[in-house]
Design a protein around this ligand. Structure first.
Ligand code: SF4
Ligand code: SF4
Length: 201
């Protein structure tokens, strides 16, 4: 298994893609993540960029000497007019993942409240509330947990409201086991798969 495949497996990339297939970026977001994000890619991905277009790849820099990570200088030089990715089917893992973001825990994944990310956070929170309401825990405790999730939705809605002006965003952390169950829930809803570009393998 090559390095990229190993990373994808470790971060549940396929599951994330199966969630992202139900979401599409609003045009008015104007590819904000490709223009203003902090985008770190692997050396192997840098090499792919160099093969595709050596000139454009010059805007991708090594983080520091001998570092395996490279940083895309934004706006990304591979972004095409009309805010389309020019290397969509060969895009780096970090791009295919966003608004999900890798963390260092090894057992969860971050999710940022950009316009699409917020919709996923809200759906996740509603699903969690539905699960809690079906459990046999005392009503008082149930109400407390549901209120916490309502507050979570509200706080990420606030975070979203200033999204386009912020350099850093608060992100929710989703444990991988909950991510897997949430993906199953999403697929059970029989929603239209509006994002045809996800990498389902
Ligand atoms: S992933 Fe989020 S930030 Fe990037 S274009 Fe889509 S909605 Fe905008
Ligand atoms: S490679 Fe594509 S998705 Fe990634 S930052 Fe560049 S234009 Fe955006």
């Amino acid at each position: 298994m090559d390095m990229r495949e190993a990373v994808k497996k470790a971060i549940h990339y396929g599951t994330i893609q199966s969630i992202l297939q139900y979401y599409i970026c609003p045009q008015e977001c104007e590819a904000h993540c490709c223009k203003h994000g902090q985008i770190h890619i692997f050396e192997e991905e840098y090499r792919i960029f160099s093969q595709i277009d050596p000139e454009k790849a010059k805007r991708v820099q090594s983080e520091m000497p001998a570092s395996p990570l490279y940083r895309i200088e934004t706006p990304c030089s591979f972004l095409k007019p009309h805010d389309r990715c020019g290397v969509y089917y060969q895009r780096p893992i970090v791009c295919g993942l966003y608004p999900f973001k890798v963390n260092t825990s090894g057992n969860s994944i971050g999710l940022q409240p950009c316009p699409v990310g917020f919709l996923i956070i809200r759906e996740f929170a509603l699903w969690m509330m539905g699960n809690v309401s079906k459990t046999g825990i005392p009503e008082e405790e149930k109400a407390k947990v549901i209120t916490e999730w309502e507050n979570t939705i509200e706080s990420y809605a606030e975070e979203l409201s200033g999204f386009h002006m912020k350099n850093t965003l608060k992100e929710i952390q989703i444990p991988f086991d909950e991510l897997e169950m949430f993906a199953m829930y999403m697929s059970s809803k029989d929603l239209p798969k509006i994002n045809a570009g996800v990498d389902l393998g």
